[in-house]
Design a protein. Structure first.
Length: 247
């Protein structure tokens, strides 16, 4: 379902037209900027629920033209690196080795609070007190920062495009000028964006519609979560027996 097929909002087969139908509204009574704001809130709410329910097949907005991964340069002896706030979840971090040809290798996540000692004590320091250098094997996340342990050493890793992050990101959100863009969701769930965006307006001006909209939203979200929780159909399911405990 496209977001808005024409400037007059009267086409009838898009999300904005559905909102107008549910709310008995139009371009004047419910301006497009307000529709976009509420639609994006609903869209991001759906994404949060998808990320909680997603199986082995990870969700990504189909409007993006690139894969959800990015590279950055490393700095010799530098531990900390910032990443974009659009990354909702970091799934994997790789480092580019120094071999010929150079290849990325996966490093392991670690929580410095679980070390029972400081990272400096655990990984060591250089003789001048600077971070220990070497071939990174672990990383920690603090806010929008990744900390590599040990710090990259130019003798062990390639610095240019030396870090690659696999991530889950937020949606390609709607703008007031969008027309043919669709939600990056399976088409049966596009209408959920319209349900959500209709509720705030109807709570003010058409209260009799609110219970129906809320029910349709709740039912649709439940169905969507079921879909995303079971969609790795190409993966073979194996039944195993639980061990029997003897007392």
């Amino acid at each position: 379902m496209q977001f808005k097929q024409d400037a007059s909002e009267t086409n009838g087969s898009d999300i904005v037209s559905a909102i107008n139908d549910f709310c008995d509204s139009n371009l004047t009574s419910y301006p497009i900027a307000s529709k976009v704001r509420n639609a994006n809130i609903g869209y991001e709410t759906l994404i949060g629920k998808i990320l909680e329910a997603d199986g082995d097949w990870q969700w990504d907005d189909t409007n993006y033209t690139n894969l959800p991964r990015g590279t950055g340069n490393l700095v010799d002896g530098q531990e900390t690196y910032s990443f974009s706030s659009e990354y909702l979840n970091i799934q994997m971090i790789e480092i580019l080795d120094k071999n010929s040809p150079a290849r990325y290798y996966k490093i392991d996540p670690i929580d410095s609070l679980d070390l029972r000692m400081s990272p400096e004590e655990y990984f060591g320091l250089e003789s001048d007190g600077s971070p220990k250098k070497g071939k990174p094997t672990h990383y920690d996340k603090v806010g929008d920062t990744v900390i590599l342990y040990p710090a990259p050493d130019t003798d062990d890793v390639t610095l240019t495009d030396g870090i690659r992050i696999w991530f889950q990101r937020t949606a390609d959100l709607f703008t007031t000028t969008d027309t043919i863009q669709e939600p990056g969701l399976p088409s049966p769930y596009h209408i959920l964006v319209a349900y959500y965006a209709s509720i705030p307006y109807c709570q003010k001006y058409k209260r009799d519609m609110v219970p129906w909209l809320e029910r349709k939203w709740i039912e649709g979200v439940a169905d969507m979560i079921k879909h995303f929780g079971k969609r790795e159909k190409d993966k073979r399911k194996i039944m195993t027996m639980n061990p029997i405990s003897y007392f």
